[in-house]
Design a protein around this ligand. Structure first.
Ligand code: MEV
Length: 451
């Protein structure tokens, strides 16, 4: 099918967009339309809200919303909301919650909460000392002439913390930055920071044209861009679990063996980037599920976490382990720039639900909870990997996805799940069990599925 480009697509009504889409891209437009419509919400007001979150909405995209109870964090009980599609993640999280509930729970603390943004600009004057003198002469203006924008944030205890001139001309000819440090309290702060940065670029342009500290030919800058940085190494949180070594003896595995394997597994992730990426992916299973459930920006959190994991020049594990004086301590330190106000937090009904479930945390409390989720998920993954192997738990959960693919009935699912009580399922084994139960030829069924 060759599809002609369309002009003014965003101006079409939702029905118009849907019609264009199904007629141009689907062999069976009626079926495609019914599918899209079946995901529309019955409540028109609620649907409109979702339509208006983004441009060109044609339907909603469902993702399971699960919970992991029994999380004791800094002495308080939480039930963690998780929006995620991967079958075994919530089960692994719940396991970690229960495991550490019996061993003192999780401890978490916020180390710092600063955010960063830059006005990136070009100045061709050459003599950085002169530009610095000029910058020093107008430094106060960046605070004074943004007071209307910062007023509310200052009332909440935040605002602009600092502004510096940074010379990056050693990396790119004539390249400089205004680097801002901000405190954005309970909001993630992207809009706040970006608005200030754009105002700063105007202030810079205005005053450089008026200064006596530079010659006429140097009184000019070219702004490249004004944007916050999603790398927030100074918006940092630490979460940990610890217990006496002997409490780690588990299901026939001695505490010593468990620790030896676990510690080695963490060290491998500290020295081997191939493993570190997978190790951190497991951490992000927990982190992202909470970030999405609480309406935060998982792309920002992901980008930042991986940049932080590379801060020493090599990509490494975000979590670490220590065994000292008879105590086992497993901890994570990671940047998390989160908001509990702003964005979609007061709009999306499930985000509101998730925040209520967590007891309406402020941003710092949410940072701690999310860091705990990352650590918990990592603990469960490493515990499985270094003992039973990961496939046992993973395939047990994934089995239902496979059976749903076969369109098994509830009774068939129950029966087949039962046959895997004491062995690890695989796609092929599930297929064989299913066909045996239905009395059909497995090869033919597999062929039909692949068509
Ligand atoms: C799977 O989603 C995550 C794991 O691969 C993480 C890990 O290997 O640590 C199990």
């Amino acid at each position: 099918m060759t599809v002609q480009p369309i002009k003014g697509f965003s101006k079409l009504s939702k029905e118009g967009k849907t019609e264009w889409l199904i007629e141009n891209y689907f062999d069976n437009p009626e079926e495609a339309l019914q599918l899209l419509k079946s995901y529309w919400h019955n409540d028109e007001k609620l649907q409109r809200l979702h339509d208006e979150f983004i441009e060109n909405t044609v339907t909603n995209y469902y993702m399971p919303f699960g919970v992991a109870p029994n999380f004791l964090i800094n002495g308080k009980m939480y039930c963690l909301p998780m929006a995620i599609e991967e079958s075994s993640v919530v089960a692994a999280m719940a396991k970690a919650g229960n495991y550490w509930l019996d061993r003192g729970g999780f401890k978490a603390k916020v180390i710092s909460t600063k955010k960063i943004g830059h006005v990136h600009f070009v100045w061709r004057g050459g003599n950085t000392a002169k530009l610095q003198r000029f910058f020093d002469s107008i430094r106060d203006k960046f605070f004074e002439e943004t007071q209307d924008i910062t007023q509310n944030m200052r009332a909440r205890g935040g605002g602009i913390v600092d502004i510096e001139l940074i010379d990056r001309s050693d990396l790119e000819p004539n390249y400089f930055q205004l680097k801002g440090t901000f405190e954005t309290c309970d909001s993630m702060g992207a809009n706040f920071i970006n608005t200030i940065l754009e105002q700063w670029s105007s202030i810079l342009e205005k005053y450089i044209g008026m200064t006596d500290l530079l010659s006429d030919e140097d009184k000019h800058i070219e702004v490249i861009m004004c944007i916050l940085s999603n790398f927030t190494p100074e918006c940092l949180v630490r979460a940990e679990v610890s217990c006496p070594v002997e409490q780690l003896a588990d299901k026939g595995v001695s505490a010593e063996d468990f620790i030896e394997n676990f510690v080695r597994a963490v060290h491998v992730a500290e020295i081997e980037p191939y493993r570190a990426v997978t190790h951190n992916k497991g951490i992000m299973n927990g982190v992202d599920a909470l970030i999405i459930a609480t309406g935060n920006d998982f792309r920002a959190v992901e980008a930042c976490a991986h940049a932080y994991a590379s801060k020493d020049g090599q990509y490494k594990s975000l979590s670490h382990v220590e065994v000292k004086d008879g105590m086992f301590t497993f901890y994570i330190e990671m940047p998390l720039s989160l908001g509990t106000v702003g964005g979609i937090t007061s709009l999306h009904p499930m985000v509101k639900f998730a925040n209520q479930l967590l007891g309406k945390p402020n941003a710092e409390e949410l940072m701690k909870i999310v860091a705990v989720a990352g650590l918990a998920q990592n603990f469960s993954a490493l515990r499985s990997l270094t003992t039973t192997g990961i496939q046992k738990g993973h395939m047990k959960m994934h089995l239902l996805n496979i059976l749903n693919q076969f369109e098994a009935t509830a009774a068939e699912k129950a029966q087949i799940v039962d046959t895997f009580k004491n062995r690890i399922p695989s796609y092929q084994l599930a297929l064989e069990e299913f066909c045996k139960l239905r009395g059909i030829n497995a090869q033919e069924f597999a062929k039909r599925l692949s068509q």
